[in-house]
Design a protein around this ligand. Structure first.
Ligand SMILES: [Zn+2]
Length: 127
């Protein structure tokens, strides 16, 4: 018996949330592209673990929840939706920050990982 949701179920939920988020072009009509540059930090395995770049365009799902890549982590991840939202509202081009994983694990405990992010947004030129 397992108290953790199966990976299949988690994938399904993630897929549904992705679809519910809608497309970038629908949500942010003024945006042409959104670039996320992420650097993952894990407490147990030392400083930088990996970096990752994600690009979003008008036809991409506006889904900015990043999963925590630690196997033991439950309920974790990072949500950049609010960051993107605020940036678009203020029409900001770049923003940097750092957020900690909100999940916890039996072995890892809480506060086990973080990401540093740099978000770059390009807007349509005013006509
Ligand atoms: Zn985590």
């Amino acid at each position: 018996m397992s108290y953790r949701p199966s990976y299949r179920k988690m994938r399904e939920e993630r897929e549904n949330a992705r679809k519910a988020a809608g497309l970038v072009g629908e949500r942010y009509p003024s945006v042409t592209s959104i670039n996320l540059h992420l650097t993952y930090y894990h407490r147990l395995s030392g400083p930088t673990v990996m970096t990752r770049t994600m690009n979003f365009y008008a036809g991409t799902c506006a889904f900015f929840q990043i999963a925590c890549v630690q196997d033991d982590c439950s309920g974790g991840g990072y949500d950049l939706a609010a960051v993107v939202d605020n940036m678009v509202k203020a029409r900001l081009a770049t923003e940097k920050g750092r957020i900690g994983c909100r999940g916890s694990g039996k072995i890892l405990g809480s506060n086990h990982a973080a990401i540093a992010y740099k978000v770059t947004i390009e807007y349509q030129k005013p006509v």
